[in-house]
Design a protein around this ligand. Structure first.
Ligand code: 4NP
Length: 153
């Protein structure tokens, strides 16, 4: 299973989602790949935002190995599941999808924990709600990993 987390800048939400997922997957001994990317490329090559790194570190997760990158159309071929943080990211990813199969790989991350609500992970870049975002993503990770494990059985 190869999962790609996608947000706008790839410095706040999706790096945190990547770190949380990797942490939980490693604890379960699952051999899955997790990566993240941004629909925008303004921060390419940068470390995650220091506030994402700090909230991750508070929960024992290290994001220092991560560097921001821009989403590419080849990502839709290479990953099995592409998880968008919000509606804008979701629509952007769908536009890159070339086939129905690729479209079906795209989902909004909070729909696993809160089915059919179509809720967004709010962008914490300006309002500083990193703890809130962490808690949303932590629950999203538990729900989506559990679902994927049963689907793969
Ligand atoms: P992210 O947050 O999408 O969660 O990484 C943002 C980071 C930077 C910008 C926007 C959103 N920006 O416009 O630079």
């Amino acid at each position: 299973m190869k999962i790609l987390m996608v947000c706008l800048g790839n410095i706040c939400r999706s790096p945190l989602a990547e770190g949380i997922f990797k942490h939980k997957i490693a604890e379960k001994g699952l051999d899955w790949t997790v990566d993240s990317a941004g629909t925008g490329g303004w921060h390419e090559g940068e470390l995650p935002d220091h506030r994402s790194m700090a909230i991750a570190q508070k929960y024992g997760i290290d994001l220092r190995y991560q560097r921001a990158r821009k989403l590419q159309s080849i990502d839709l071929q290479q990953f099995d599941l592409i998880l968008a943080m919000d509606e804008m990211n979701y629509q952007h990813i769908l536009k890159l999808a070339k086939t129905t199969e690729q479209q079906q790989k795209v989902a909004k991350i909070l729909n696993f924990a809160h089915p059919n609500t179509d809720a967004d992970v709010p962008d914490p870049y300006y309002d500083n709600r990193f703890e809130h975002v962490y808690q949303l993503l932590d629950k999203a990770a538990d729900a989506s990993i559990a679902r994927l494990e049963t689907e793969l059985e």
